[in-house]
Design a binder for this molecule. Structure first.
Ligand SMILES: [Zn+2]
Length: 251
C-alpha cells in the first residue's frame, strides 16, 4: 500500500509543531520527497522513514521554505556514503537556480559524489513527472509569485488519486489537476498575492468534486487565523480537515 506522509504543514513561518510544508510519498520500491525544508535527515527519522529508500525528489518552486533543505540533504547523503543515483524534478526556472545554489557550495568538487540526475519539466498542464510501480505523478503550472507546479498522484493498486495545489492563487489549473481526486491538499495561506484563503480552497474542492479536502501551508502559532476548516466548509460540503505534521494518508 502506498502512503503520503505530511512532513510539514505550515506556511513559510514554522513552529515547533508545524514545519514548512513538504511531503513524502512512499511506494514499495520508490520514495518521493516533495520539497525539502529545514533538516531532512532529522525530519525523515522523526517520521520513521529510511533515507536510504529515497529515490526521487520534486522541487515545486524556488522559495526558501520549499528548497532550503536540499543542500543539507545532498551533503548528508554523500557523507553517509550514498552511491545510488537520485532523481530531481522541477521546472527549468527552479532547477537552474538549484544548480546555481549548489554551485555556490562548490559541490562539483566534493569527491565521489553520488549521481544526481536533473529532469527539467515543461510548464504545461498534466506533465508526466514520474512513473514508478506504485504510483504516477503529474505536474501542472499554478499561479504563484514565481513559476511553480502543483501535483497529481495516481496510485495504481487502489486506483485512488490525490492532488497538491502547492502555493497558488485559486486557479482553473488546480481544478483540472485535482478533478475527481479522493484527496486534495490545498494551501490556505490567506487571500493574498499568489496564495488562497481556506474559503477559496473550499471553492476549488467543490469545482473539482474531490472526496476530501485537507488544508495545508496555513499560518500557525501566533500567526494562526480563525477557524480555517469552518471557513472552507462554507464553500465545500464534503469532508474538510487541517493537514498536520506526520499525518499519514493511505492509498
Ligand atoms: Zn512560495
Amino acid at each position: 500500500m502506498s502512503k503520503v506522509i505530511v512532513l510539514g504543514s505550515s506556511n513559510a513561518i514554522p513552529t515547533k509543531e508545524s514545519e514548512n510544508t513538504h511531503l513524502a510519498v512512499m511506494g514499495s520500491t520508490c520514495m518521493l520527497l516533495v520539497d525539502l525544508a529545514s533538516n531532512p535527515i532529522l525530519r525523515l527519522e522523526q517520521a520513521g522513514l529510511d533515507i536510504n529508500d529515497l529515490t526521487d525528489v520534486v522541487i515545486t518552486h524556488f522559495h526558501p521554505d520549499h528548497v532550503s533543505g536540499l543542500p543539507l540533504l545532498l551533503m548528508d547523503m554523500w557523507l553517509m556514503g550514498r552511491k545510488k543515483p537520485l532523481n530531481i524534478y522541477g521546472l527549468h526556472y527552479t532547477l537552474d537556480r538549484i544548480e546555481g545554489m549548489m554551485g555556490l557550495y562548490n559541490w562539483s568538487e566534493w569527491p565521489d559524489f553520488f549521481p544526481v540526475d536533473f529532469y527539467r519539466l515543461p510548464s504545461s498542464e498534466m506533465t508526466p513527472v514520474l512513473d514508478c510501480p506504485d504510483f504516477k505523478v503529474y505536474a501542472s503550472p499554478v499561479h504563484h509569485m514565481i513559476p511553480n507546479i502543483g501535483l497529481r498522484i495516481e496510485f495504481k493498486d487502489s486506483k485512488k488519486a490525490m492532488a497538491y495545489s502547492c502555493d497558488t492563487s485559486p486557479c482553473e489549473e488546480v481544478v483540472r489537476l485535482s478533478d475527481g481526486v479522493d484527496v486534495l491538499l490545498h494551501e490556505a495561506t490567506g487571500d493574498e498575492w499568489g496564495h488562497s484563503s481556506a474559503k477559496q480552497a473550499g471553492e476549488i474542492a467543490k469545482k473539482a468534486e474531490v472526496g476530501k479536502l485537507y488544508l495545508i501551508h496555513y499560518s500557525t502559532g501566533k500567526y494562526a487565523q480563525g477557524d480555517l476548516v469552518a471557513e472552507a466548509c462554507t464553500a465545500f460540503s464534503g469532508e474538510v480537515a487541517l493537514a498536520r505534521d506526520f499525518m499519514a494518508l493511505e492509498f
